[in-house]
Design a protein around this ligand. Structure first.
Ligand code: FBP
Length: 552
């Protein structure tokens, strides 16, 4: 494999650990904190997790290591979408494990959770690990979205672990994967299998966070990558002065990525799904809001601008989610075959018109035809519309254009509106991890090993105080059940880790809200530039604006 100069240089980077984890494993002891309770539905969660519920929060500190000395054989998986830093979690885990005893073994199960079922694995050694230090991507062992949730699956995993003598599993994933990690930990505990389970918080979406987990890894690098590109687009817009750019950014559900990108770049517009839902804003209202900015800028002679649209936005528009629900119903089961057999779009349109309520049809009718057709093209394995595939950046620019055409006809707008579209998603998920993510991830992995060594199970590796220099970070563990509540999923009550949406009362949104009116009509762009890996700390080690504002 040919290596880029940056990759060679990054191999030499030594990730920073929290002070309490420095100086050798034999110098790390446990401070046991308070017993925990789930964030809601305590009785129900306790009943579902009788063996792992209510455990104590723990923090590591300097002192004599009192863990029982035994050979550790650990398995690790990467689960879900890629996020920069995943390799370093595995490197940190490996280094701690080998620093404790060279005879310890780390298995990497390939392709995500399915690797544990199929017993598809590699055994890590120095040479293999060294080729992935401080690199982006999940290609070290691959990832996948198979869910580990049934007792049959758990029994197979237990048998495979037993075969290899594995005494602990580390699951690197988002809220769903870590929910399943907690269920697996409970199953192992209930069956006295002797296998511990430790989770690590991953997702670029930034929606796995709470009072204990300050941020999921990957969010820092991904948003810095998107902010670099949005800044470049802003500079182009401000140079050419002739285009409005509509930029969709990833984030399946929550709008953290869009908000953080906006905080870094100060675009003219950024929609926030959670606000749209709270204020029950319609597509027409949103189009009107963006068109106001276009018109105000046009009046100053500025026929250019930048609008950030979160990937998950349409699901937050009440009338749009009602439309999606009706379409899912309309095409349920065999009805999809009837629809697909219709030869022309005209006949399909008539079928749709016949099947939707008047309210849903009114929303459908205002959509541009390409978006209407997209709603009927892509279905997920359950037969539902794949909302993430909807080109919402094109949807909003088309709605804004129609709005501006009406203003033009009424004589209230005289500008030019020429729109360009972008989707920023996969570009950020495998970037070289920023120093923050490289350090944070390495620490999460190292810390996960400490939790294993001290015998904990059903815990999430927790590294906090992240706005401070790494030396002052605090390492420890939190029972996953503490983060759980009961939610309705696929028609049944399920214990799940609560997903963190953007808080409208939180400091990041409040800052945005206080400034956006000015950003909408003036040109206040900020150009963050590329992530810097070498140089002054105030350039290379800064955290996200979201974290800085939340912790201010
Ligand atoms: P995770 O929640 O698994 O981390 O993935 C998040 C994400 O990157 C979303 O932002 C995006 O909608 C989705 O994955 C895309 O998934 P896929 O890789 O399957 O296309």
């Amino acid at each position: 494999m040919k290596l880029s100069p940056l990759q060679i240089a990054r191999y030499q980077y030594q990730p920073k650990l929290p002070g309490m984890l420095r100086g050798g494993i034999s110098e790390i002891c446990v401070k046991v904190g308070d017993a925990t309770q789930s964030v809601a539905d305590q009785e129900k969660i306790q009943a579902l997790f009788p063996n792992t519920y209510g455990k104590n929060e723990i923090t590591f500190q300097k002192g004599k290591n009192t863990a029982a000395g035994k050979k550790q054989v650990v398995g690790v998986i990467l689960s879900g979408g890629q996020a920069p830093g995943g390799h370093n979690v595995i490197c940190g885990l490996y280094d701690a494990l080998k620093a404790t005893d060279k005879e310890n073994v780390l298995y990497g199960f390939k392709g995500g959770p399915s690797g544990l079922i199929d017993d598809d694995y590699i055994v890590f050694d120095d040479e293999y690990i060294n080729a992935y230090r401080n690199t982006g991507g999940f290609d070290i062992i691959g990832s996948g979205r198979t869910k580990l949730e049934t007792e049959e699956q758990f029994a197979i995993v237990a048998a495979n672990c037993k075969k290899h003598g594995i005494n602990a599993l580390v699951i690197i994933g988002g809220d769903d994967s870590n929910t399943n990690a907690a269920v697996l930990a409970e199953y192992f505990a209930a069956n006295n299998s002797g296998i511990q389970v430790i989770g690590c918080p991953k997702t670029i979406d930034g929606d796995l966070k709470n009072e204990d987990i300050e941020c999921s890894f990957g969010f820092d690098t991904a948003t810095k990558t998107y902010a670099e590109i949005v800044g470049n687009i802003e500079r182009d817009a401000n140079s050419a002065k002739k285009y409005w750019h509509f930029v969709k950014v990833m984030g399946r559900s929550a709008s953290h990525v869009a908000l953080e990108t906006a905080l870094q770049t100060q675009p003219n517009i950024c929609l926030v799904g959670e606000e749209v839902a709270a204020k029950k804003l319609s597509l027409a209202a949103l189009a009107d809001y963006i068109a106001d900015s276009v018109a105000a800028r046009a009046a100053k002679g500025w026929n250019f601008g930048v609008a950030i649209i979160p990937e998950g936005i349409v699901e937050f528009v009440p009338e749009f989610s009602m439309l999606i629900a009706e379409i899912n119903e309309l095409l349920a089961g065999a009805k999809a075959d009837v629809f697909n057999a219709l030869p022309t779009w005209k006949e399909k349109y008539a079928f749709i018109e016949n099947g939707l309520t008047k309210e849903a049809m009114a929303v459908f009718a205002i959509l541009p035809e390409n978006i209407q057709q997209q709603l009927f093209l892509e279905r997920d394995p359950h037969g539902n519309v794949q909302v993430s595939l909807i080109e919402s950046e094109k949807l909003f620019s088309a709605l804004v254009k129609a709005n501006l055409d009406a203003r033009k006809a009424a004589g209230t707008y005289h500008g030019k509106f020429s729109a360009l579209h972008h989707f920023l998603g996969y570009e950020g998920r495998c970037a070289f991890p920023s120093n923050f993510d490289a350090d944070y991830c390495y620490s999460l992995g190292y810390n996960a090993f400490m939790l294993i060594q001290y015998g904990y199970t059903g815990y999430l590796s927790k590294v906090s105080n992240l706005q401070a220099p790494a030396e002052e970070w605090v390492a420890g563990g939190m029972p996953i059940t503490k983060m759980m509540n009961i939610e309705r999923r696929h028609g049944a009550d399920k214990p799940v880790i609560r997903k963190a949406l953007v808080e409208l009362e939180g400091a990041p949104f409040k800052f945005f809200e206080a400034n956006r009116a000015q950003w909408a009509v003036e040109t206040c762009y900020v150009y963050p530039g590329a992530i810097q890996y070498f140089g002054p700390s105030e350039v290379c080690d800064v955290t996200t604006r979201t974290l800085a504002l939340e912790k201010a």
